[in-house]
Design a protein around this ligand. Sequence first.
Ligand SMILES: [Zn+2]
Length: 59
Amino acid sequence: MTNNKFSGKTQRKNILCFLGVHKWERSGGLNIYSSNVREKYFLCKRCGKKKTVYEPKKD
Ligand SMILES: [Zn+2]
């Protein structure tokens, strides 16, 4: 019996993610009025990882 679960496309597709190179796509944002930073949400199109970036507001 051969287990092919960890071979093929999936692993190759995520090798860059494994190396920390994600394909970020903007998935939304939040503007907190009481704060001087703006939150931006990103989602990796390959592995689904999320990250939040804080950006200073310009006045
Ligand atoms: Zn990724």
